[in-house]
Design a protein around this ligand. Structure first.
Ligand SMILES: [Zn+2]
Length: 148
């Protein structure tokens, strides 16, 4: 499973909502899982479907599958270093992120769930969500103070 790198056009477009919760979604989740297990460097915590060339709104973050996610960001932000398998190997990107998020999403069967995540977990889903919007931690990277 080849991981695409920026500026591959699939990574720059907005991914499409999943409407079919059948075998092709299952296959996508399997391929994502496989891609995460087989990375050649670092310690993967998530991956989004566009990174393996599939422009559907699906990602895996810390072992959980998120389909058609919608997120609400807290106003409070914190700053940390991120890396990404679609960017340069072992390169660090400092990014401001919301400290916590509410995330609403479907599971692989199409059932809706909602939860609040904070800290590192919130950061991981924000990076993966950005991939569905055609953004990366490089495009979001910022050393200076956060926008108010
Ligand atoms: Zn990434």
């Amino acid at each position: 499973m080849k991981i695409l790198k920026y500026p591959n056009p699939i990574l720059l477009e907005k991914a499409k909502p999943v409407e079919d919760f059948g075998p092709s979604l299952f296959a996508l989740v399997q391929n994502l899982t496989h891609a995460i297990r087989n990375v050649e460097w670092g310690n993967p915590v998530g991956m989004a479907a566009p990174q393996i060339g599939d422009s559907r709104r699906v990602f895996i973050a810390e072992g959980d599958v998120y389909v058609n996610p919608e997120i609400q960001l807290s106003n409070q932000q914190d700053h940390a270093i991120e890396g990404c398998y679609s960017l340069e190997e072992n390169k660090d990107y400092p990014v401001w992120r919301a400290q916590s998020v509410w995330i609403k999403y479907q599971d692989i069967k199409g059932e809706w769930h909602e939860k609040k995540l904070s800290g590192f977990q919130a950061r991981v889903v924000q990076q993966e969500f950005d991939h569905l919007e055609g953004k990366s931690c490089a495009s979001e990277s910022q050393e200076v103070s956060p926008q108010q």
